[in-house]
Design a protein around this ligand. Structure first.
Ligand code: FAD
Ligand code: SF4
Length: 461
């Protein structure tokens, strides 16, 4: 009989709620080897099809079982430039692990934990050899997972690539959104360094649409452009009281905590005011990251979610971690009004109970208000985490660019080509808020389309 799935060691609950250090320590070497041996080495592995970048999962797992970690990471890096990041934050339960054959009868192989293990074991960072240098330069706008992957793939094939990033640090949501206790910034920095070593140039503080336009980039000689600017504009509920002091968007709250390091105040310049009783509205990864950050800043935190735990889009592991840490969950609960005091500060939220109706277009059952169920809950801070949409800053400067619902860029799903010649796009800007690995998958697909396009249109290829 095969062994049970191995689980990582974690920081104790009492300790971790007081710090921002990584919660999970990952698998020990012994556990990783044993976990790797659980893999059946399927002849037609379903897990590979469940991974948007198509990692040869059985092959890298086999190398871990053989203690050949350098070969394991080499196999991973053939398809994924950010393995330490993906091993930590991918929603594996709905991707590779969701289709692992072992999951049918017991628990799937811990593919994500093994990916993280191999990445963390890499001693000498391996850079693939670049066989043939090309001369046609490509511009990539945005340095999140989509932009980093598109740029690396092009660089691996010899193209000179420059990334233009609006913030002062590269990484997109990996840097300013996902907190240190889930994804240490050291890992993000290290993996971005690898991208740079492939020859990718990253220019920060460059807001395309303001500092430079797309036309400027064309004039500078970029023959193809990839847009990977994400979906960084927070959505609000449009209910009374959203402008009260103490009501934040999760985006602002997490950026202040992660990018501006407000949790290190007074060492950092930007403190953040977190009250004693915090409500986080939403049920995704963003909501849980905001809730767990507020908890670590000393607040008592409740998550208000209008559906049930079965419909929560957050990673299961992080939901379990949040419950362990003492976050309270109020399901089937929808805020309908923020209530302020005489000085304009939040003092409570009027909420309404919901029940689940028929499935909506997302396939999840639609929450329907229960008439007469309104109550008032006391809170001094609210963090709204109900979704993000694309920021129109760049797209509004390109009137000919075809846009869809909420301002996403419309692309050909096979090629990531927009309706404008030579301009490609991928990641959250084309889908709305999604996942790291789906953004990476799009970045890679776009890179291959860009190469085909350049081979057809330029002399040097
Ligand atoms: P982004 O990561 O948003 O990167 C876009 C980049 O473009 C940014 O650096 C931005 O500054 C830059 N930019 C924007 N406009 C311009 C401009 N005009 N000029 C130049 N640069 C510009 N996904 C998971 O898979 N697992 C998780 O656990 C998870 N947790 C999350 C937690 C939080 C708090 C958030 C916000 C998201 C989370 N996600 C998670 C979603 C995931 O991070 C995103 O789907 C992914 O980062 C999208 O990648 P992207 O490259 O398309 O965009
Ligand atoms: Fe191994 Fe599961 Fe993939 Fe089969 S599906 S190769 S058991 S990880």
């Amino acid at each position: 009989m095969k062994q049970k799935r191995h689980h990582p060691q974690k920081q104790s609950i009492e300790e971790r709620i007081k710090n921002f250090n990584e919660v999970s320590y990952g698998l020990t070497e012994q556990d990783a080897i044993e976990e790797a041996k659980r893999c059946l080495q399927c002849k037609k592995p379903l897990c590979v099809g469940g991974c948007p970048v198509g990692i040869d999962i059985p092959a890298f797992i086999k190398k871990i079982a053989e203690k050949d970690y350098e070969s394991a990471i080499k196999i991973l890096k053939e398809k994924n430039v950010l393995p330490g990041i993906c091993g930590r934050v991918c929603p594996q339960e709905t991707q590779c692990e969701g289709v692992c054959i072992l999951g049918k009868k017991s628990e799937p192989v811990a593919i994500g934990l093994l990916e993280r293990f191999a990445a963390d074991m890499e001693k000498i960072k391996q850079i693939p050899e670049i066989k043939e240098k090309k001369t046609t330069p490509v511009a990539v706008i945005g340095s999140g997972p989509a932009g980093l992957t598109c740029a690396s793939e092009l660089a691996k094939h010899g193209y000179p690539v420059t990334i233009f990033e609006s913030l002062h640090l590269p990484g997109g949501v990996l840097t300013y959104g996902i907190p240190e206790f889930r994804l240490p910034k050291r890992i993000v920095k290290e993996e971005i360094e690898q991208v740079k070593k492939l020859g990718v140039e990253i220019l920060t503080d460059m807001v395309i649409g303001k500092t430079l336009t797309i036309d400027d980039l064309r004039k500078m000689g970029y023959k193809a452009i990839f847009i990977g600017v994400g979906a960084g504009l927070p959505s609000f509920m449009g209910i009374p009281g959203e402008n009260l002091l103490g009501v934040y968007s999760a985006n602002e709250f997490l950026t202040r905590v992660n990018l501006m390091k407000s949790y290190k105040f007074p060492e950092s310049d930007t403190p953040i005011e977190v009250g004693k009783k915090v409500a986080v509205i939403g049920g995704g990864n963003v909501a849980l990251d905001a809730a767990r950050s507020a908890l670590r800043l000393g607040a008592k935190v409740s998550v208000l979610y209008r559906r049930t735990e079965n419909e929560m889009p957050a990673r299961k592991e992080e939901y379990e971690n949040a419950k362990e840490e003492g976050i309270e969950f109020h399901f089937l609960t929808q805020p309908i009004r923020f209530i302020g005091d005489d000085h304009g500060y939040l003092k409570g939220i009027e909420v309404q109970k919901m029940q689940l109706g028929e499935p909506d277009e997302s396939g999840r059952r639609r929450p329907v208000p229960v008439v007469g169920s309104e109550t008032i809950m006391e809170f001094d801070t609210a963090i709204v985490a109900i979704g993000q949409k694309p920021n129109p800053l760049l797209t509004s400067t390109m009137p000919e660019l075809k846009l869809g619902k909420s301002g996403i860029i419309i692309v050909d799903p096979q090629t990531c080509q927009t309706n404008i010649e030579g301009i490609f796009a991928g990641g959250d800007i084309t889908t709305g808020a999604a996942t790291v690995i789906s953004a990476m998958g799009a970045g890679k697909k776009a890179a291959h389309s860009i190469m085909k396009y350049l081979e057809k249109t330029s002399d040097s290829g």
